[in-house]
Design a protein. Structure first.
Length: 182
């Protein structure tokens, strides 16, 4: 009788410990996503200022500016992690193209407003990269716990689901850039 109670007690304590660790990992993943979301919002808030500044110098780049504005709107809308990753990557590529366009306009490159916006964008991109790494690390730990025995039993009983990684969606982002020094 005592052995049975001890075994049941151990099972209950183990279940509680596993459940609490799953909750902790899920909350860490949500916190990680929140960090990404905040940085994406900061970047999206910067876009209208960039577009307005560039518009004054590069009127014939209207299509690029419209694309950036459209992607900004999409990035603000609530989406799943894979969709948000895709939109964020597209917006990032468009902003890089915008910076390349800016190189063709010496007056724009010298504009203090533009330089400040460019610096802010660079800072946001660095913070966004850190946020993505944190999020993906917490998602990895949560997904391992959900798939591993015996925690997978507790996870299935309490309907814990795996999270999606914030991953690159375009194979061109994985390519090594070609450098020509000639």
């Amino acid at each position: 009788m005592i052995i049975t109670l001890v075994v049941l007690g151990l099972i209950v304590l183990t279940t509680i410990w596993i459940y609490n660790s799953l909750i902790r990992l899920r909350n860490n993943a949500r916190e990680g996503w929140s960090g990404i979301d905040v940085q994406l919002k900061r970047r999206a808030d910067l876009v209208p200022n960039l577009v307005t500044t560039v518009k004054g110098y590069a009127n014939h780049e209207q299509q690029l500016l419209e694309d950036i504005t459209k992607l900004r709107s999409e990035s603000i809308a609530g989406q799943s992690v894979p969709d948000q990753a895709k939109t964020a990557a597209e917006l990032g590529r468009s902003l890089k193209r915008l910076m390349v366009v800016a190189e063709a306009y010496p007056e724009l490159k010298a504009d203090k407003n533009f330089l400040k916006l460019q610096e802010q964008l660079s800072e946001i991109e660095n913070t966004l990269q850190k946020s993505r790494r944190y999020y993906n690390g917490t998602v990895r730990e949560l997904n391992i716990k959900i798939e591993s025995f015996p925690s997978n039993l507790i996870a299935s009983i309490f309907s814990f689901e795996k999270f999606d990684f914030f991953a690159l969606t375009d194979d061109s982002d994985r390519m090594v850039p070609e450098i020509n020094l000639s």
